[in-house]
Design a protein around this ligand. Structure first.
Ligand code: SF4
Ligand code: ZN
Length: 737
């Protein structure tokens, strides 16, 4: 707790309470005690006092009770050097100040009935700039916007900017964010409203700039407005102090900007606002109150430069910027997800075994990235000619107060369907084996690579706004850059994969489902267990768990394993029930550990496909990046074409690369010791892990016994070689039973 601001605010509390009491005594000496007081045209009396304490102030003498409350709230005087460990006294002083401000304003209405203009907008020609408390007509019209989402919140701005240009800049920034601005008070006699008028900014409720009043006490109108929202739209009963403040903290996204020197009166106002959960962000060097407690994040943040004050305020209040439109030249939406880009319509492409195409999502520090920044480094698709291929790396950086590195894979996996949402663009795969095809029709509409970034930024905000605040995207198309990012990405994938390395299926009672791919493969359901990552390789058990945390109604649901029906093949009642439901009855059951008997369904995203090789009494596996022939008689693309639509095909199964060396890989069929053929590159990529796993399974030389395309691409070609090596599969029980 900052002793300076606490001192200033508590001093301010004393000062303001005394001012209000003085004004009240003076009024009592001038008017009858039963003289009517209140704000014009409202059924909410003095709304702060009414909402918090249930006191209906209607006459002058009714002010006595709230003033007594204010006086009673004042904490004992503190000396400048006193350290306050708790917020309590500061909050109480703040509340005393706020009550007094409302009394002061009520008395102003009594003493100077024409001080405020009773209109929505100021009358600039006649110099009547202040419109005072919003009456119920304005309130009903505007207040509802805070509830229905058309206004994300309000900025209560006190003081004035150092110059007219800065005033304009700040206000326009908030306007773009759709916020209301409640202006009050002055700094050295200058008000923000005068600056805006000079800058020819249109002011008034109609442009979301409410011109409350020239003194700090008029800032209380902002709190009165907020509490009326809570009463009218939140159903909070007047007098329910706690609920009232809680509602504001949780539902009314407001904050204070203090522009200019924060003296004792501003200090007490700021402290008062903390009760509502409204933090203060100041442009001067007042001591910060950073520890969180009442407000969502910090209570007072200072000094913040004028360039940054809007972004910082929004961040500190935990306000979510809404990016409503996806501003790209092509049509966009789930309707286009399943659309293909076929040969005749193909303009250019990347990945798909022709070039490198990589995706990586990484968490960044808040100040490290700029929200909405999209950069294409290297040639864009407009620089290419028909039929060209190009390398691509999509690097997404995300920052947020609530963001965790665990969420990276979940966002990264969204790239697939979101890019597919763009009409005329097709996306297949994930991680470092993605494939993007750009159609001629997409090019005709004006598609550029930047649009991928625009889409990711907008949709990430829309769908994951709860966990992120900033999204920046860089698209690399120069080979050296792509290779560099790919190298980094592979290290990241490895780290992610290894997070489940020490876990076993037996360790957990819950598996997770993934139905993200149902838009392409309607009956497909991945069951992700610690020892079986999703077949796309992009989701492991931990990722699904995190995804469920972010989005409890999303595509990753916990599955209670339930009764174990077959420990060898890996079948559980809970899994079957879930899959039956999630496949809408198409798949009644499947085994997690077998590719021969009732295997899992396979969708087009699979990194690898395993196939039986009956003559060798073993299996092979081929990855997406191997374009050649295989001993099962089909290339990867043919295999994926046959079973990628969500089919359950005994004898074949889609799986991730990583899964090959996981503990339960087709253990129902004999496990990794059945593996007789893999493409050389895939084998080499997994070398270390295959060696380790072979050793664990009692065959330390397994790696050297697995054939590849250099040995042969038919069963006849590889069988003699396997016999010569003494491959363990040859001595196992017959695979076909
Ligand atoms: Fe989810 Fe499976 Fe699709 Fe991966 S392949 S996104 S785990 S449904
Ligand atoms: Zn899929």
């Amino acid at each position: 707790m900052s002793r300076l601001i606490a001192f200033a605010a508590i001093q301010g509390g004393y000062k303001v309470v005394a001012q209000a009491e003085g004004a009240y005594q003076k009024a009592l000496a001038t008017y009858n005690a039963d003289t009517k007081v209140g704000f014009p045209n409202t059924g909410y009396f003095l709304p702060v006092i009414y909402s918090l304490f249930g006191i209906k102030v209607e006459t002058l003498e009714d002010l006595q009770e709230p003033l007594d409350i204010a006086r009673g709230l004042l904490p004992p005087h503190v000396k400048n050097k006193t350290w306050l460990p708790f917020l309590g006294p500061l909050l109480d002083a703040g509340m005393a100040g706020i009550i007094s401000f409302e009394v002061i304003e009520a008395l102003r209405y009594l003493n100077e009935p024409d001080f405020y203009l009773h209109a929505e907008d100021p009358d600039i020609e006649n110099g009547k700039l202040w419109t005072g408390a919003a009456d119920d007509t304005i309130f009903r019209k505007r207040g509802v916007e805070f509830v229905d989402g058309s206004a994300p919140g309000f900025a209560a701005i006190v003081g004035s900017a150092p110059d007219v240009e800065t005033a304009k800049m700040i206000i326009e920034d908030y306007q773009q964010r759709g916020l209301y601005m409640f202006l009050a008070a002055n700094h050295n006699g200058t008000t923000l409203i005068e600056q805006l008028i000079e800058a020819k900014v249109q002011v008034g409720w109609s442009t979301r700039i409410a011109c409350f009043g020239p003194d700090i006490s008029s800032a209380v109108f902002a709190l009165g407005f907020a509490n009326r929202v809570a009463m009218a739209f939140g159903g909070i009963e007047p007098g329910d102090y706690k609920k009232m403040l809680m509602y504001n903290k949780e539902r009314v996204f407001a904050f204070v900007n203090a522009l200019g020197d924060v003296g004792t009166e501003w200090g007490v106002a700021a402290a008062g606002c903390v009760n509502w959960g409204f933090p203060t962000i100041a442009d001067t060097d007042i001591t910060q109150i950073l520890p969180t407690g009442i407000c969502t994040y910090e209570h007072v943040v200072a000094p913040v430069s004028h360039d940054e004050i809007c972004a910082k305020s929004v961040e500190v209040r935990g306000l979510k910027t809404l990016v409503s439109d996806v501003d790209i030249p092509c049509a966009f939406g789930p309707a286009y997800e399943g659309e293909r880009v076929r040969g005749a319509d193909l303009h250019v492409q990347c990945g798909g075994g022709k070039t490198q195409c990589t995706e990586l999502c990484k968490m960044a520090e808040m100040n490290e990235i700029e929200d909405g920044k999209v950069e294409v480094i290297g040639p864009d698709v407009t620089d290419l000619k028909e039929g060209d291929v190009f390398p691509l790396a999509i690097f997404v950086q995300v920052a947020g107060r609530e963001f965790q590195p665990d969420f990276e894979p979940i966002l990264e996996r969204q790239v697939h369907h979101l890019v597919n949402y763009i009409q005329g663009i097709m996306h297949i795969g994930q991680r470092d084996i993605s494939w993007v095809r750009v159609s001629k029709s997409g090019m005709d509409k004006g598609f550029t690579l930047k649009d991928i970034g625009v889409v990711l930024h907008a949709k990430f905000h829309q769908e994951f706004g709860k966990i992120l605040d900033k999204v920046q995207i860089t698209l690399y198309t120069k080979k050296a850059d792509v290779d560099k990012l790919t190298k980094r990405a592979r290290a990241e994938y490895k780290t992610r994969d290894e997070r489940v390395d020490k876990m076993t299926d037996a360790d957990v009672d819950l598996y997770y489902s993934c139905t993200l791919c149902q838009s392409f493969a309607p009956n497909h359901v991945c069951t992700v267990s610690p020892e079986r990552t999703g077949l796309c390789g992009a989701y492991n058990w931990m990722d699904c768990k995190a995804s469920f945390e972010i989005n409890p109604t999303g595509p990753n649901q916990p599955i209670e394993k339930g009764e174990c029906l077959d420990p060898v093949l890996g079948q559980w009642k809970g899994v079957n029930d879930f899959v039956y439901k999630a496949s809408r009855g198409a798949v009644p059951l499947y085994n997690l550990y077998s590719m021969v008997i009732d295997p899992m369904t396979t969708c087009g995203c699979c990194e690898c496909i395993a196939a039986m090789l009956p003559a060798c009494n073993g299996v092979m596996s081929v990855g997406r990046d191997y374009a050649g022939e295989t001993p099962c008689g089909m290339k990867f693309t043919t295999l994926a074409g046959v079973m990628g639509g969500g089919a359950q095909s005994p004898g074949f199964v889609g799986h991730s690369k990583y899964n090959i060396t996981q503990g339960k890989f087709i253990t129902g069929d004999g496990g990794l010791l059945r593996m007789v053929w893999m493409p050389k590159a895939l084998k080499e990529e997994l070398k270390e892990r295959i060696e380790k796993r072979g050793k664990e399974m009692g065959c330390p030389d397994l790696y050297d016994m697995i054939a590849d395309e250099t040995v042969g691409i038919t069963e006849e070609e590889i069988l003699p070689w396997l016999e010569e090596k003494g491959h363990p599969a040859l001595k196992m029980d017959s695979l076909v039973g």
